[in-house]
Design a protein around this ligand. Structure first.
Ligand code: ATP
Ligand code: MG
Length: 315
């Protein structure tokens, strides 16, 4: 530890009287750039969890692991890590954000340094965009001052009033470093179903061409996904500078889940309930779900989202 940091710590210990621990920590973190809050990343655990528990998402597994590992290797990153998850409902987007929280902070969403925003809850009214923008800016600034390693998760972006998240533009690029606060160590995760048509179409075409879904690479999707998200009115990124200025580090496509993935979800759910061998339930759940396209019925319309409810029903 640098000498001046030791001096700072001693000084703060002396003036501790009358100040709460959290206030002390905030003051210390503002002055010392080395403050990492309770950040204790377990990269191997993250990679293993994604490999073992996330089904049918080879792109998300690779992209998220590589992006996080690369980002954490840098002591002074040149920009924050910005990930944007896209794909159909029930394919694992929110699930992966919880896995990330668990392996970066040792606590899924309960860490005080993981901030989750849900538009219907936090930004429900279309005519309050200006108000939401100011509040969001203040909130992000305040939290980054308290902890440079803060994680901000914006779920269900398709319900975000257009223009709200553009207030984050200055925080997401390389240029924004305010006095004594390092804005470049933060992680932002945006989540939406926007772009699902582009992803689903490619997966279907791949299948129809007799190729494996694992043959799909990010470069097959990257540009068309960015374009779809930018041009879709209810994507949360409609004509957003976050896209046009390429502030997203990685767009992460989540592929539609097919019957074998859904069956894995059902088996896992059954095993967690001590009913590992109930093949009859796996079959019942599979045939109770709806699939697309009409001709072929390959992909579950709700991914794995309905599995616990279906298992409850059939067990
Ligand atoms: N690819 C997957 N592998 C393993 N489990 C999955 C996968 N996708 C979904 N699940 C299971 O289904 C549940 C619901 O998925 P999740 O909440 O991540 O969906 P989502 O993509 O966020 O959908 P939505 O857009 O509707 O919010 C997860 O908690 C997880 O148990
Ligand atoms: Mg979700």
């Amino acid at each position: 530890m640098k000498h001046w940091e030791t001096v700072l710590q001693c000084l703060f210990a002396i003036i501790y009287h009358g100040t709460t621990a959290l206030q002390m920590k905030t003051i210390y973190c503002t002055i010392s750039e080395s403050c990492e809050c309770d950040f204790k990343p377990d990269v191997q655990g993250l990679e293993w969890d994604l490999y073992k528990n996330l089904y049918g998402q080879h792109l998300a597994q690779e992209i998220v692991s590589e992006a996080v590992v690369g980002f954490l290797q840098k002591d002074s990153p040149d920009k924050p890590l910005v990930l944007s998850f896209h794909g159909a409902s029930g394919t694992g987007k929110t699930f992966v954000s919880s896995i990330l929280g668990r392996h970066l902070y040792g606590a899924a969403m309960s860490s005080p340094y993981i901030h989750q925003f849900i538009p219907t809850l936090h930004f429900p009214l279309l005519d309050r965009v200006q108000e939401y923008r100011s509040a969001l800016k203040r909130w992000v600034e305040g939290n980054l001052t308290a902890c440079a390693r803060s994680i901000f998760i914006f779920d269900e972006m398709e319900r975000m009033p257009p223009g709200v998240t553009d207030v984050l533009v200055p925080f997401l690029g390389p240029s924004h470093v305010m006095f004594r606060t390092n804005y470049r160590k933060a992680i932002y995760i945006f989540i939406s179903t926007a772009g699902q048509e582009v992803i689903n179409k490619l997966v279907l075409e791949t299948r129809q061409a007799g190729k494996e879904r694992e043959d799909i690479q990010l470069r097959d999707l990257d540009a068309s996904l960015a374009q779809a998200v930018f041009n879709t009115k209810n994507s949360g990124f409609f004509q957003s500078r976050i896209i046009s200025e390429k502030l997203v580090t990685c767009l992460v496509p989540f592929l539609p889940l097919s019957r074998r993935h859904v069956n894995r979800c059902t088996r896992r759910e059954l095993c967690q309930r001590g009913e590992c061998h109930r093949r009859d339930i796996v079959e019942a759940v599979e045939s109770s779900l709806a699939y697309t396209p009409e001709d072929g019925q390959f992909f579950s319309n709700t991914g794995c989202k309905m599995i616990p409810a279906k298992v409850n029903f059939f067990l």
